[in-house]
Ligand binder design. Structure first.
Ligand SMILES: Nc1ncnc2c1ncn2[C@@H]1O[C@H](COP(=O)(O)OP(=O)(O)OP(=O)(O)O)[C@@H](O)[C@H]1O
Ligand SMILES: [Mg+2]
Length: 291
């Protein structure tokens, strides 16, 4: 996992790169824009690797506290966008406003093997009472009892929860998640979904979740975006109340719509023989609906 934190929580950073050819990028701290209700604002964001344009004048807004999922084919630029938002890579041109308090969690937990769990949580942070803060964050992800564990002794799900605690302790206004559940088994993944939703409700960061899993996106997000040819080509609001069930007709409609946008052919689902019961967090076969 790579986590970043900057010093002035509450402030926003503006990356403004106008002159791609010769200009130096301008990065400045700006006050939280009180006149707008956006936590993230990208305008004409372009990222090239050599001659390869990955993000092409992309526009994106994320509101405070909004949970946004990002889908797209492999190689479409999802990680590139997330890394730009995290400040890990420079943009080639465009304007990007992001909160300074950001944290990112990736597919692998990337814990330091020679540091105990709690020390991994506060790694790189200069804060008072680091141990207490780490233990509080570990408690939030259900791992208070593993504070002294070495990373090698943690299960995949536990290690990813430590990575999540490492993000949480930074009190991010923007939480960037790049396929954080992809390496986990289906049951652990369901538990992680519930955990992420609980933490999101408690702390209310804006979330950008990159995933290949259409069901995961519809299950969790307020809005699902599709990235294609360097731009956001679809922006679908998910208005169904939570908890959501993959068996509900409205869920299936959105899933079918997204799969079609992603170019995945699926057979029509059979008509339900009986009314669908009260929504629960229904386990479903994730492998069917990944892209
Ligand atoms: N540092 C880099 N240098 C050169 N090309 C890169 C670099 N990082 C990414 N790319 C290229 O940019 C494109 C988008 O990569 P990216 O990792 O953002 O895709 P992705 O949508 O996250 O894919 P996946 O779903 O497989 O994770 C790919 O063609 C990739 O090879
Ligand atoms: Mg990726």
């Amino acid at each position: 996992m790579q986590t970043i934190q900057l010093d002035l929580p509450g402030a926003h950073l503006r990356h403004d790169v106008r002159n791609e050819a010769g200009g130096r990028p301008q990065v400045q701290a700006v006050p939280n824009p009180v006149t707008t209700d956006t936590q993230v604002r990208a305008r004409q964001l372009t990222k090239r690797f050599g001659d390869n344009t990955i993000l092409d004048q992309l526009d994106l807004d994320i509101r405070p506290g909004e949970f946004v999922a990002l889908l797209g084919r492999s190689g479409s630029g999802k990680t590139t966008l997330l890394r730009a938002l995290a400040g890990l890579d420079r943009i080639t041109s465009g304007t990007l406003d992001v909160p300074q308090a950001r944290a990112a969690v990736f597919q692998e937990p990337r814990l330091m093997p020679w540091k105990r769990a709690w020390r991994n949580v506060t790694l790189g942070l200069n804060i008072d009472q680091p141990r207490e803060r780490a233990n509080q964050a570990l408690g939030e992800v259900g791992l208070a009892h593993r504070e002294n564990a070495w990373p090698a002794t943690l299960s995949g799900g536990e290690a990813q929860r430590v990575a999540l605690a490492r993000a949480l302790v930074r009190e991010p206004k923007l939480l960037l998640l790049d396929e954080p559940f992809a390496a986990l088994d289906a049951l652990t993944r369901i538990r992680m979904h519930q955990l992420i939703l609980a933490l999101w409700r408690e702390h209310r960061p804006s979330v950008l979740l990159v995933t290949h899993d259409v069901d995961e996106a519809v299950l969790l997000a307020d809005r699902v975006l599709v990235l294609e040819k360097g731009r956001i080509v679809s922006d679908i609001a998910i208005t169904q109340p939570r908890p959501r069930s993959a068996e509900r007709p409205e869920f299936q409609r959105v899933r079918a719509q997204l799969l079609q946008l992603l170019g995945v052919e699926i057979e029509a689902a059979p008509e339900p023989v009986a009314p669908v019961s009260t929504p629960v967090h229904t386990p479903f076969n994730f492998s069917n609906f990944s892209i």
